[in-house]
Design a protein around this ligand. Structure first.
Ligand SMILES: Nc1ncnc2c1ncn2[C@@H]1O[C@H](COP(=O)(O)OP(=O)(O)O)[C@@H](O)[C@H]1O
Ligand SMILES: C=C(OP(=O)(O)O)C(=O)O
Ligand SMILES: [K+]
Ligand SMILES: [Mg+2]
Length: 483
């Protein structure tokens, strides 16, 4: 079992702990996914969440209708334009959770040891003893003695279909979603089913599919699911119902490590639940966020905290600060060695280029790595080695056609890197020649350097490592900046 507790080996000076938080890169290399909903759907709040460090917006179709989510998304687009912050769109499927239909507008409280009747008759008013649900087949789906969890969601957990994709085909296509997070993924087949479905929906064939591991079946089939999915979301809330509490940490460490070695983004959820109602997390929650970073997560997903919490913006900013602090004591040297060992030899050309670029950047104390790419592959490989400095991935659009019309690639690739720890994309001008000749890169390189300076990452006289192709040769070069 590989220990993921990658803390620096040398003892840490106690006084340094109290030094003001100076994250190596504002807000942090670790990414933050915010679930947008009733308390985070205005242009102003969304703009503040983006400025505080949210780089992926999740739309959870477990509840809320298409119009509700569409209006929120339109506000997100306005906020992206005004803040000039890129943000990826994640659509979270309903999954086999069932909803209690409570039309009374009053919260329903259940009392211990009382009898509760579940009825498919949604016209009946919900009470503590009678819960209308939106599923007619429950009586056939369960048998005497089964347990049913009634909590955030009522779910039976035994349907064979793990997704209800139909509802998303319209909304997803209309909004070119970047990532589909597949609730209750149980088998690799669920991913293949979803990918086949999306492949028939035009532009959505570029949508990445993240498996949500939410129950024991997903855990037991984790390896096959990881092979098929583009990323993993550890839905610790629902998973925590199925998994005994004492096992959650172990699954997190082991599974995050597998994702890291595969270079696939790993997202951890339900970190600061108490911030739904409080301005500060508990000490346990703050430590949990830091350990999730040290265990290797690419991103932290905020659910109720931003969806319906009182302090969405403060939650994003607090989690960003904790991540930045944890990153400062992440033992990159040890992690790098583990990753190189895991890759083995001979390395592919690109693995060698990517690992060499990270090695060089660390050795010369570069302030950033700039990577030219079109597919995003090289940039993701560099990020896999968890460099201590940001990776600016310069996504060069490519002209492509689907026989009906010509379009430029790049937008999906750029936004999809917003969930990868340490990757900060910029989309180059489509007029830039896709295939790099010689000097043609220089103009875009200047734009990338200016982008780095504007975000405070690159300063005068810094060193910057550049990864690019010159003609047929993939090169890693070290720039000494004058100004
Ligand atoms: N448009 C480009 N201009 C300059 N270098 C590029 C470009 N696209 C990719 N590279 C370089 O080519 C090598 C392969 O990168 P990769 O991301 O696999 O390419 P692609 O985007 O074509 O899939 C890397 O060194 C990368 O930096
Ligand atoms: C993220 C989770 O659930 P949901 O997608 O329902 O917010 C979770 O259970 O951890
Ligand atoms: K969901
Ligand atoms: Mg859920």
């Amino acid at each position: 079992m590989n220990s993921n507790h990658l803390l620096l080996e040398e003892p840490i000076r106690m006084a340094s702990i109290l030094e003001p938080s100076k994250p190596s890169f504002f807000p942090a290399m670790t990414k933050i996914v915010g679930t947008l909903g009733p308390k985070s759907r205005s242009v102003e709040i969304i703009s503040d969440c983006l400025k505080a460090g949210m780089s992926v917006a999740r739309f959870d179709f477990s509840w809320g209708d298409i119009e509700f989510h569409q209006e929120t998304l339109e506000n997100l687009k306005t906020a992206v334009k005004s803040t000039r912050k890129l943000c990826a769109i994640m659509l979270d499927t309903g999954g086999p959770e069932l909803q209690v239909v409570n039309k009374t507008e009053h919260p329903i409280s259940l009392e211990a040891d009382t009898k509760v009747i579940l009825t498919p008759d949604q016209d009946k008013p919900a009470t503590s003893n009678l819960l209308p649900i939106n599923y007619h087949g429950l009586s056939k789906a369960v048998k005497k003695g089964d347990t049913i969890f009634i909590g955030q969601y009522l779910f039976t957990g035994n349907e064979t279909t793990s997704v209800w994709l139909e509802v998303i085909s319209t909304w997803g296509v209309r909004n070119n979603i970047d990532i589909l997070s597949l609730s209750y993924t149980r088998h690799a087949e669920d991913i293949r089913h979803a990918r086949c479905f999306l492949s028939k929906l035009g532009e959505l064939n570029q949508t990445q599919i993240f498996a949500k591991i939410e129950n024991i079946e997903g855990l037991t089939h984790f390896d096959e699911i990881l092979q098929e999915a583009d990323g993993i979301i550890f839905s610790r809330g629902n998973l925590g119902i199925d998994l005994p509490p004492e096992k959650v940490f172990l699954f997190q460490k082991a599974a995050l490590y597998k994702c890291n070695m595969m270079g696939k983004p790993a997202v951890v959820t339900r970190v600061v639940d108490s911030m739904t109602d409080n301005l500060r997390p508990t000490r346990a929650e703050a430590t949990d966020v830091a350990n999730a970073v040290l265990d290797g997560s690419d991103a932290i997903l905020l659910g109720a905290e931003t969806l319906r919490g009182l302090y969405p913006v403060e939650t994003v900013s607090t989690v960003g600060k904790i991540c930045a602090e944890a990153e400062k004591v992440f033992n990159q040297d040890l992690y790098f060695k583990k990753t190189v060992k895991n890759v083995g030899e001979p390395m592919s050309h690109l693995e060698s280029i990517a690992s060499s670029a990270v090695r060089a950047a660390i050795k010369v104390k570069a302030s950033a790595i700039i990577c030219f790419t079109s597919s995003g592959r090289a940039a993701r490989l560099i990020a896999k080695y968890r460099p201590t400095m940001p990776v600016i991935s310069v996504v060069i659009p490519r002209l492509k056609t689907n026989q009906l019309r010509w379009t430029f690639s790049g937008a999906f690739e750029a936004r999809q890197s917003l969930i990868v720890r340490g990757l900060f994309p910029m989309l180059a001008d489509p007029r830039h020649p896709a295939e790099s000749k010689s000097g043609s890169n220089e103009s875009v390189l200047k734009v990338a350097l200016d982008h780095g300076k504007a975000s405070g990452v690159i300063k005068p006289h810094d060193r910057v490592v550049v990864c690019q192709k010159l003609g047929d040769a993939s090169v890693v070069k070290i720039l000494e900046l004058e100004d």
